[in-house]
Design a protein around this ligand. Structure first.
Ligand code: GUN
Ligand code: FE
Length: 454
């Protein structure tokens, strides 16, 4: 059981998308169940002890120590990575410039095939999960490889290390090499069921940190029977989220519509198979008609925006019209798409989201994103996309305490903090130039995962 904790200092979070609040002199209390029990504002440091006693917390809920943050330090919600391929940890950034189907054939399938070996999976997944925790990724939506055993290992690793995660066995029974393909739809669905059972058994409570997710790789790699079977599973388990790649690049869209001539677009295709729902996480969405945007909005499906991968591999070489998605009220989160994306840092994804939005504005006048908007996408936006915003995404009382302690004065890392900087300026400096060295402590549901010795 985590111990009760209290933090005093500046909190930065987003009560709603696009609205970032910087709250000085806040006192946040975490109870032994890992939830935020109290959040008080405008409490000077000298009044903290008195405030805590006024709260009349029962013995075990009385924090033994208060963590006092320095003036230019911040408590922020943990980052949510809405799109991540754990087996690609060892190939991040390779194959830049290749179009998606060539990149899969030449770089990705040979690498992912190695996860037939459980020992290899254990080694890579352990390093991968550590790496993302170090970057402040408290929640991650993972694609594993197609292997059942390796996928359960990924779930075990996340469970042991304490990261909140969605874990999916990749479904792919066609258009992949013999050495890396599910035998057929029946086997693919059977292994999927086994993985779901394993993940649920790790923690059967409704509060579990590790959850299964249906993961048709994309329609190109799934035949009709497999897509229909996954749609039935989604119906059978109304709490199961779904993730897939969606409208990533022209080469991929052409190949998809060639395989499914009855459909004019991917939104109708996935909808037909019961895979376009309010629990769907659609990676990329770079090339979108108004019709498809409206359909995503009506279905309340979420977008995993992966601006680094979109501009380095895959052949899109452009990014999604996020400004337009936000105008339409479509849910948007950020993804590293590690390893199509070269970086495991959500801060890098935020910056690239700003850059590509500026390019889209220059080219066709779409609204550009600020780094502040991207911060809300990296936290609350990601929580909404993963259907976890009842539990995480900001510091609303009652939510789980998934949080990062940000330290600004790490020598030579972020843009130098100056005496007369406002707190907003210091925080913006972190967003635009900080890295994992500024992420001093990481917590998931009250359990500390990084910075235990600080
Ligand atoms: N489409 C199908 N598989 C993949 C993948 O692994 N990465 C990316 N970026 N796109 C895909
Ligand atoms: Fe991907």
């Amino acid at each position: 059981m985590p111990r009760a904790r209290a933090f005093h200092g500046t909190i930065v979070h987003c009560p709603t998308i696009g609205d970032t609040k910087i709250l000085e002199n806040s006192l946040l209390v975490v109870s032994t169940d890992g939830r935020i029990s109290h959040l008080e504002h405008d409490i000077p440091r000298s009044d903290v002890e008195e405030t805590l006693s006024r709260l009349q917390l029962p013995g075990q809920e009385q924090p033994r120590m208060v963590k006092y943050l320095d003036r230019a330090d911040f408590l922020i919600p943990g980052f949510v990575d809405t799109h991540n391929h754990a087996p690609q940890w060892g190939q991040r950034g390779l194959g830049g410039g290749l179009h998606i189907l060539n990149w899969l054939d030449e770089i990705t399938f040979p690498n992912e095939a190695k996860f037939r070996d459980a020992e290899h999976a254990r080694k890579i997944y352990s390093s991968c999960v550590d790496g993302f925790i170090r970057q402040g990724v408290t929640t991650c939506s993972y694609y594993a490889s197609l292997h059942g055993e390796a996928t359960t290992i990924l779930a075990d690793v996340c469970h042991a290390k304490g990261q909140r995660a969605l874990i999916g066995k990749c479904n792919m029974d066609r258009n992949a090499p013999d050495y890396y393909r599910d035998k057929d739809a029946t086997e693919s669905l059977q292994v999927t069921r086994q993985v779901i059972d394993h993940v649920r058994a790790l923690d059967p409570s409704s509060d579990a940190l590790i959850k299964p997710i249906l993961t048709p790789r994309f329609a190109i790699s799934c035949d009709d029977e497999l897509l229909a079977g996954l749609g039935s599973l989604a119906k059978e388990h109304p709490d199961l989220p779904i993730q897939t790649h969606f409208n990533e690049a022209q080469q991929e869209i052409d190949a998809t519509l060639g395989l499914f001539p009855d459909f004019k677009n991917e939104a109708d295709l996935y909808d037909h198979f019961g895979l376009l729902t309010d629990r769907s996480i659609l990676a990329h969405c770079t090339i979108m008609t108004d019709y498809e945007m409206d359909k995503l909005q009506q279905k309340h499906s979420g977008v995993a925006h992966c601006p680094i991968a979109n501009t380095t591999v895959g052949g899109g070489f452009m990014a999604a019209p996020i400004g337009r998605f936000l105008e339409k009220g479509i849910k948007v989160g950020l993804g590293t798409d590690s390893g199509g994306g070269f970086s495991s840092s959500i801060l890098d994804a935020m910056r690239q989201a700003v850059i590509v939005s500026n390019a889209r504005q220059a080219i066709n006048g779409e609204p550009a994103l600020s780094i502040w908007q991207c911060f809300s996408l990296a936290t609350l936006g990601g929580a909404r996309v993963c259907s976890l915003d009842d539990k995480i995404g900001n510091f609303q009382v009652g939510k789980d305490f998934d949080a990062l302690v940000i330290r600004s004065d790490v020598d030579g890392v972020m843009t130098m903090v100056q005496e007369d900087d406002t707190l907003a300026m210091v925080f913006e400096k972190f967003l635009i130039s900080g890295d994992d060295r500024n992420i001093d402590e990481v917590y998931v549901k009250g359990r500390q995962l990084k910075g235990m010795n600080s």
